[in-house]
Design a protein around this ligand. Sequence first.
Ligand code: NDP
Length: 305
Amino acid sequence: MSAALIDGEAIGQRIRDEVKAATARLEQTKGAAPELAVVLVGEDPASQIYVRAKVKNTQDAGMRSHAHRLPADATEEEVIALVARLSADPQIDGVLVQLPLPKHIDEARVLAALDPAKDVDGLTEASAGRLLLGKPGLRPCTPAGCVILARTVTRDLAGAHCVVIGRSILVGKPAALLFLEQNCTIAIAHSRTRDLPALCRSADILVAAVGRPEMIRGAWVKPGAIVIDVGINRVPAPELGPGKDGAPKSRIVGDVAFAEAREIAGAITPVPRGVGPMTRACLLRNTLLAACARRGWPVPPGFEG
Ligand code: NDP
């Protein structure tokens, strides 16, 4: 029997609707709505698409959105100055720096200029420290989305064995800590892990954040497991025929061989329409939470934990 599909698009939409309703209530009762600033440096096509989607989602939720675009040759000091200015602006509740930044800019230095109270991506050292310490704070959006998706299958994840493949600061490490917060037993796998297939087969929850198309095979999946595929990989798709430029078209696949894994897993996220939409939904959620914390507003019902 094939696994249940975890519909990230529908679940993300539900979160966006809840944020929109809470924002409307704040507008009525407090006379203000949360404001999110997005900083984009350069012309990276994927980043431009992500930023456009984030700005649209923010506006659709009834929040104010400010997009700040700097040219690809902007200096590190210019980017830091902009982030510092937005951090100091009392009107702005959240600041998102779209990554990756151009190679000549040190991301760590830019993030160091960001007020942790406005760190809606959960990427500053302060946010990472709060996560490690188990203190409340703004959690990284993609990993937070993974936990929400897993909990739509099984609300109580306590005791589940969760294997996270990937140890990046953006996804793997925070995902592991967030599943630990849910009382899972966690293992973090990486490129030096021995016998990865066997480790994966022990996972009740398997989170793939590797960046290698369809690396995780169906035979690596424990029967009935929850599989969360974070990967976004563009691969050539000659079966779709040539594109406008004559080159073969491409398609997006995850890190999991979906068709194989679906035959074994209990529930699985597709790519696209799995984790991706949750990243944007969690960004809105964080912007709402950041606004409430900064402005002394009570956290809206349903957004407490
Ligand atoms: P990174 O490249 O930063 O990290 C990849 C991780 O995978 C590393 O820890 C690496 O190990 C590990 N790895 C690489 N090869 C292997 C292997 N053969 N066996 C086991 N582990 C391996 O990627 P990110 O964490 O930033 O992103 C991962 C994926 O998630 C990408 O496809 C990215 O596009 C996608 N992504 C999706 C998002 C979404 O919204 N859906 C958001 C962010 C990312 P080591 O540390 O040893 O090198």
